[in-house]
Design a protein around this ligand. Structure first.
Ligand code: PBG
Length: 337
């Protein structure tokens, strides 16, 4: 044999493991399953009502009867939980947001209907005042429009307790007030609600990707030119997200959310790797709208990009993903299993 110049060859050939399906499967580091998915849903008052959300093709607001049909599909596909968002009509909106803790309100009635029909399906409720305030802010405001922290805490406590007492499995404060997790946790302990979990939207950014959601729940018009910069986080920040999650750990939260999703994968990774907590991420309405619009135009392959985006959340470290694609994704995963 003549001596060969090995320097002329690649020293390593990573392509060997990528050559065949069997070896690609063996070295796959992250996996996505229906167990990772949470379906956000919009609920309306009344019966037999279903309205499409124009900026979110394929997503609609439904009255409780229609929502139960959606829940049935989620259960059949083994999706662990729903996240409930109410659409409140103008009569239910006020300056003090009192409808938010009405025990006969839309959210408590929806929780009761879901738990009565599908006891095994986790019900997550949003704790924030924006569906109930006439100005569309997540909290109570002063004369200048500034969102008042401590006054809002009292309202959030009543709202969270109302949801827990109606049977919510998880309450998810998405308001970004300081101290709300501690406040809700102590109210739960005092009321004997020791099993209700708290999913804290700890790292919730003041994002422009929430636009279609605000259309869906009808808060966009009320908010008008207002913004949420004085409580939601600045998109420029990363260390601050770690401090926010650390605070919510100390205040007694069980699960921690990063929101939005795809533009914030670095935050998902930092939270999971630096704090080792149950980490969730919200693929928000604007992300859904982007993917859906491109798919509807034939510019992207919907199934492929949606599953890739969800897998990317897992790779970054997420334990679960809230996504409007949850039902479709669970179906696709089942078909390819
Ligand atoms: C408000 C809330 C928002 C979303 C969930 N809860 C929007 C906001 O802060 O205005 C957005 C979710 C989405 O865009 O899908 N508490």
């Amino acid at each position: 044999m003549t001596a060969r110049n090995f320097a002329a060859f690649p020293a390593n050939r990573p392509r060997r493991m990528r050559r065949d399906d069997f070896s690609r499967r063996l070295m796959r580091e992250s996996r996505l399953s229906a167990d990772d998915l949470i379906l956000p849903v919009f609920v309306l008052d009344g019966a037999g009502r279903e309205e499409q959300v124009a900026s979110m093709p394929g997503v609609s607001r439904r009255s409780i009867d229609g929502l139960l049909k959606l829940a049935e599909q989620a259960v059949a596909l083994k999706i662990p939980a729903l996240a409930l968002f109410p659409v409140i009509d103008a009569a239910g909106k006020s300056l003090d947001a009192a409808e938010a803790w009405n025990p006969e309100g839309l959210v408590p009635r929806t929780i009761q209907a879901l738990k009565a029909n599908f006891p095994e399906l986790g019900v997550i409720t949003d704790v924030a005042l924006d569906p109930y305030t006439s100005h569309g802010q997540d909290g109570l405001i002063d004369e200048s429009g500034y969102v008042l922290n401590d006054e809002t805490l009292a309202a959030l406590e009543q709202q969270a307790l109302c949801h827990a007492q109606a049977g919510a499995d998880v309450v998810a404060p998405s308001d970004m007030m300081d101290g709300r997790v501690a406040r809700i946790r102590s109210a739960f302990e005092a009321a004997g609600q020791i099993h209700t979990r708290i999913l804290a939207y700890s790292a919730k950014y003041a994002s422009s990707f929430y636009g279609p959601f605000r259309d869906a729940v009808g808060s966009a018009g009320n908010l008008g030119k207002g913004n949420k910069y004085s409580y939601q986080m600045d998109p420029a920040n990363s260390d601050e997200a770690i401090r926010e999650v650390a605070l919510d750990i100390s205040e007694g939260a069980d699960m921690f959310m990063v929101k939005p999703g795809m533009p914030y994968l670095d935050i998902v990774r930092r939270v999971k790797h630096e704090l080792q907590v149950p980490t969730f991420v919200y693929q928000v309405s604007g992300e859904y709208a982007m993917l859906k619009a491109a798919a509807l135009n034939g510019w992207l392959d919907e199934k492929a990009v949606v599953l890739e985006s969800l897998l990317a959340f897992k790779r970054a470290g997420a334990d679960g993903v809230l996504t409007y694609f949850a039902l479709d994704a669970a179906r696709w995963l089942k078909d390819s299993a």
